[in-house]
Design a protein around this ligand. Structure first.
Ligand code: TYM
Length: 382
């Protein structure tokens, strides 16, 4: 059972404890996305998005500036990524689905970094073969969401280091070891690869500007755990003469157990995109909810969707319709629906989603190279 009073820790490599998102905004020094900013995004995008409307994308850096530039006719590009340490879970898809929406609405390019070097440095037991395998596997998950090859560039850190290194060394020279220790909590026992790595995560924020030879704004959609990287990247941007990247940040999809932790050592705590539908159904049916001890009690007193993992899966992905979500919320609180019945609604949606996603993954199996950032080599103007 998770310890609810466990201290909150949110770094790019560890998320634990009860997450207090207001506190994270304070700690990280980001800005809250308020109704005014939401309206501004909708106006520029031409439509609303439920992840913004529900406050699930809740924090940002410099979005107003980015939208000002956009309004002046200066388009931006999008940068996001994945550390390929295993199969992708439903949570990882959230910033990527939102990226797809942003990319379509604002007609941007996407640079997607696969940080196989990061996972090799940070995961004690991972071999080069394993990170290579998951680089390919995780690429399929991104591409299954429908990205177009003409405007989507998959950057494989190890394979495409020639594209990244010139910027990487410039970034690395501007970040001291004491800054890295203060921001990332690095310790002396770490391998030196891990200490260098943040320089490489900064690079794609400047890559497009470097390629085209002029400054182009950058927007990074991701969960808030990646924000320490953007703090360092933004500091360095000034020093190198590039724009500071803007960022739009989501909350975490919780795990299926009590306390919401997704643990790679407990495969039942998360739904992976490669799970067989039967297994996914079983995970849903075993999920932690905000229900009462007995059906009778729940009918009488109602349950609590605020702590329920099933309800979170509805909010983040499986119930985009606000009226339907409000209806299930009300039925849950009033005791009109029991947790077993509620899970019976989620399970077929999950299964259908996975079947569709897995078929789309299958279709991309021979097409990953079409998206390779190697094509950028021809565009570099130096
Ligand atoms: P990684 O592979 O840990 O995570 C990939 C993306 O998923 C987000 N994320 C989540 N979102 C919702 N719910 C969750 N439970 C959840 N867990 C993770 C992460 O914030 C991330 O956006 N170092 C990075 C790879 C990377 C990257 C980037 C990510 C390189 N450049 C630029 C974002 C933007 C990593 O290991 O992400």
């Amino acid at each position: 059972m998770a310890d609810k009073d466990e201290e909150m820790v949110v770094t790019p490599w560890e998320v634990r404890g009860k997450i207090d998102y207001d506190r994270l905004i304070e700690l990280f020094g980001t800005q809250r996305i308020d109704q005014r900013l939401r309206e501004r995004i909708y106006k520029a995008a031409g439509e609303k998005h439920f992840l913004l409307e529900r406050g699930l994308f809740f924090s940002h850096r410099d979005l107003d500036w980015l939208l000002d530039e956009y309004a002046k006719g200066h388009p931006f590009f999008i940068y996001t990524g994945r550390g390929p340490s295993g199969q992708v879970h439903i949570g990882h898809l959230i910033p990527w689905m939102f990226t797809k929406w942003l990319k379509d609405r604002f007609k941007t390019r996407l640079y997607f970094q696969l940080t196989n070097d990061e996972k090799f440095f940070f995961e004690e037991c991972m071999t080069i073969e394993e990170v290579r395998h998951y680089t390919y596997e995780n690429s399929l998950d991104l591409l299954a969401l429908g990205f177009e090859p003409e405007t989507t560039f998959l950057i494989d850190d190890i394979k495409h280091i020639d594209l990244l290194y010139e910027l990487g060394v410039q970034v690395a020279k501007k970040v001291t070891f004491s800054t890295a220790k203060a921001v990332y909590g690095f310790e002396n026992s770490m391998n030196i690869g891990g200490i260098w790595y943040p320089a490489l995560q900064a690079v794609p924020a400047f890559l497009h500007s470097w390629i085209v030879g002029k400054n182009v704004p950058c927007l990074i959609p991701c969960a808030i755990d990646q924000d320490p990287h953007w703090r360092v990247t933004r500091d360095v941007a000034d020093k190198l003469g590039y724009y500071k990247p803007a960022s739009i940040q989501n909350k975490f999809v919780p795990g299926l157990g009590e306390g919401g932790k997704m643990s790679s050592s407990d495969p039942m705590s998360a739904i992976f995109t490669t799970d067989k539908p039967k297994l996914a159904r079983k995970k849903v049916m075993n999920a932690f909810t905000g229900g009462r001890a007995t059906a009778e009690e729940q009918r009488r007193l109602g349950a609590n969707p605020d702590v329920c993992s099933v309800f979170k899966y509805y909010s983040f992905i499986f119930m985009p319709d606000d009226r339907e979500l409000a209806d299930i919320d009300q039925k849950c609180r009033s005791g009109a629906i029991l947790c077993g019945e509620c899970k019976q609604i989620l399970a077929p949606r999950m299964v259908e989603f996975l079947e569709r996603h897995q078929a789309a993954r299958e279709e991309m199996k021979d097409r990953v190279d079409e998206f390779s950032a190697a094509r950028l080599r021809d565009e570099v103007r130096r």
